[in-house]
Design a protein around this ligand. Sequence first.
Ligand SMILES: [Fe+2]
Length: 171
Amino acid sequence: MQCIVAPYPHKKDNDKLFKVIEKNITNNLERGNSSRTHWDLHKKGIKEIDKLMLWISDHFDRATNELVIPYHRDAHYDFKIHSCWGMIYNKGEGVSLHNHFPYALSFVYYVRMPKGAAPLTISETEISPKEGEIVIFPSILSHGVNDNQIKGRCCLAGNILFLDTESSPGG
Ligand SMILES: [Fe+2]
């Protein structure tokens, strides 16, 4: 398994999250690329974003144990959400394969996935998340979005840092 997928219990916030993202779009790149916000959407004191970040933080242990070190199911590491940004893809827009090294974990939360919205490809596997689901994966994995066929595909993405503390298990 290369990622974990989990449903957000407060997906009723998605309309508000969409408006927040729309309002904070700072670039309109050339055709073919998504529009996005700055990287610090989680530092603006926005209630719905803060609530989502807190919920994401509750998944760090699960991500560690299922994705990274499945042989050590009780391992606990400290992580911190380092960046968070929103993206809106319109028809014909996508992002070519890339990874988020040197971060530890990355996430994408799906705010709007209208019919025809492109799936997420992680390491050549297509995943079709639903609205209100999050995908968390090791940042080193190559991923991208191809062939989006509809206006308004919207997500929030972010990177998670490992914090080196005494809690790390020994070798
Ligand atoms: Fe990415």
